[in-house]
Design a protein around this ligand. Sequence first.
Ligand code: NDP
Length: 330
Amino acid sequence: MSTFKALLVTQNDGKFAAGFQDLDRSTLPPGEVLVRVAYSSLNYKDGLAVTGRPGVIRKYPMVPGVDFAGVVEESSSPQFKPGDEVVVTGCGTSETLWGGYAQLARIDAELLVPLPKGMTLAQAMGVGTAGFTAMQAVMALEQHGLKPGGREVLVTGAAGGVGSVALAILAKLGYKAVGSTGRPELRDYLRGLGASEIIDRATLAAPSKRPLETERWAAAIDNVGGETMAGLLRSMAVGGSVASCGLAGGAAFNGTVFPFILRGVNILGIDSVRVPNNRRREIWARLMQDLPMSILDRVISMEPLSKIFELGEQIVAGKIRGRTVIDVNA
Ligand code: NDP
């Protein structure tokens, strides 16, 4: 097959356009490894990219889709050979490199990892950038002293992709993981992932005149930012750390330095894009070890690529639950 189906995003005179096209494989940008893509996924960033919102795509034309998983078809790198199953999570894909919303992708070996043994291609996309980020956040918190058996760990944006996987990992590791959500109707889902308690996200984000509140959280994985970050910082326990992953609720927040200088609280920045290959492999190995695949399966919904515009609007509106795997051949 010399042509392949792809979602192509263009911008002419500042005008955004996105549509499905049959492309010749000679149009693929250069790269060491040609991958026949089986699945991609839907991340918040994908929602922004396919709906024409700014901040993700930095080069046109672009095939969006931050993540992909598939089978190597050709390789000029000794690291991979035809038939190998491989995974890509956000590494500039959908920003400056063509991504996974296509039946074929070409990319350098440095950005690929082998599919972990015991995981299917669809499960790897159930993890995707969101799950990879959740694992990275847990590992960063561990490096800063977090251990099971202490105070609770807070996860904000709990019903979203990063949040759902973070709850499942923390519960498996034996933490008391509290999920903050704006969707109380998803209580049973969050409990099923292992959340010890569910709290209303409005409580955390409520304004306060007090610079510090009663100590509660040993650590937090924050996917929301904005006033949620300000609120949770006030209740961090002495020596606790916050892994700052996202901004689903806003980028800016008002706060004081008191949590840092009176309680020794740390903010750990999590960037899942600029991660060296050996570190990527370590994170995938931890995912295989600490994320039960049976729980991951409850987090995943499978959708066809043909529905991507609708799905993109839904994730930006905060209406997607857990992780959406995209079947690029449907
Ligand atoms: P999702 O859309 O799947 O989840 C985001 C969740 O945030 C929603 O499910 C909702 O949770 C909550 N939320 C949405 N809107 C608001 C709002 N206005 N106020 C408060 N809470 C809100 O996204 P992902 O999990 O994929 O990503 C989460 C964040 O992390 C995004 O900002 C994303 O850009 C960022 N991210 C960063 C990465 C990095 O490398 N640092 C990598 C991956 C993602 P609920 O319904 O439970 O309230």
